[in-house]
Design a protein around this ligand. Structure first.
Ligand code: MN
Length: 293
């Protein structure tokens, strides 16, 4: 019966793709995700991997009412006729063992990968993307290393060099090393994007939709459309297909202005701390240099 007393106006799409929600972790923006899922409806919903984070199950499991709400909304979509396709990623690889059974639970179909045909007849390979990890190891390491870790590294850098100075060793910049790592990560992301585009091309398809590297993107790579639907840990992004087949990346955090502003303040604060730390390191370095001179 109509116990869900108030039905909000939903934006209708032909298809919605989300991945890397990492439900079960504190990092998951399940509040934004529940808000998004409650405001859209679609014929097909692709869950493109790393939806439930099973890796954390063994360590520290985090679950609150927003996580519940996300699952409830997905199951309700399935019940109301949305074709929900669950493609396991590496963090929810426990579901991969069930693939041979062609499992369908509560209207959610489990598939290794899929081919999605848009309304305008283009065919897309849909896969998580972790099978191309060999080209992207670098970036995975850096995905974990967020801004905050960078700030922490700058502090470590100070102690690291204080120790080096005491041992009579010259100053060595840890932040310069990190910057080189970032450059390496950019190159690794490029390799990942090319590898997935090549896979789609090899299968004679028009493009690929993937996730895994938490980096939303839509671009042409040698005549193949590479699309990454991003994540719901850092960027809160989804890929949608409109009724006419047009594909669009949606940044839900940016649309939700208030929250977006809050995020910006945090980022600004973090940058300020990073700048202070860097200035402090420069001071220490200068002092160190003058000690030698
Ligand atoms: Mn992944």
């Amino acid at each position: 019966m109509g116990s869900e007393s108030f039905e909000p106006l939903r934006t209708r799409y032909r298809t919605v793709f989300i991945s890397d929600t990492h439900l079960g972790t504190k990092g998951c923006r399940s509040d934004f995700l529940a808000d998004f899922l409650g405001k859209v409806s679609c014929d097909t919903l692709y869950l493109v991997g790393d939806i439930i984070d099973g890796w954390r199950l063994k360590k520290s499991w985090y679950w609150d009412s927003h996580h519940d709400e996300v699952l409830r909304l997905i199951l309700r979509m399935a019940r109301d006729g949305t074709d929900v396709v669950y493609i396991p990623g590496n963090h929810d690889e426990m579901f991969r063992a069930w693939l041979p059974m062609k499992l369908e639970i509560a209207g959610v179909r489990l598939c290794r990968d899929a081919v999605h045909e848009t309304a305008d007849g283009r065919k897309f390979l849909v896969m998580h993307g972790d099978s191309f990890d060999s080209v992207v190891r670098y970036a995975r390491f850096l995905a974990l290393l967020g801004d905050r870790a960078y700030v922490a590294a700058l502090v470590v850098n100070r102690w690291f060099n204080a120790l080096r100075r005491r041992l009579g060793l010259p100053y060595r910049s840890l932040s310069a090393w990190l910057k080189r790592q970032v450059k390496g990560a950019v190159m690794a992301i490029d390799r990942f994007e090319h590898a997935l585009a090549d896979e789609a091309r090899g299968r004679g398809l028009d493009g690929v939709v993937c996730g895994h590297i938490h980096h939303a993107e839509m671009r042409d790579i040698g005549g193949v459309l590479y699309i990454n639907d991003g994540d719901w840990v850092e960027s809160c992004t989804a890929l949608v297909e409109h009724e006419d087949g047009r594909l669009e990346l949606i940044d839900w955090a940016e649309r939700n202005r208030l929250s977006f502003l809050q995020r910006r303040v945090t980022q600004l604060e973090e940058r300020r701390i990073a700048e202070l730390a860097e200035r402090r390191i420069a001071e220490i370095a200068a002092r160190h240099i003058s000690n030698i001179a």
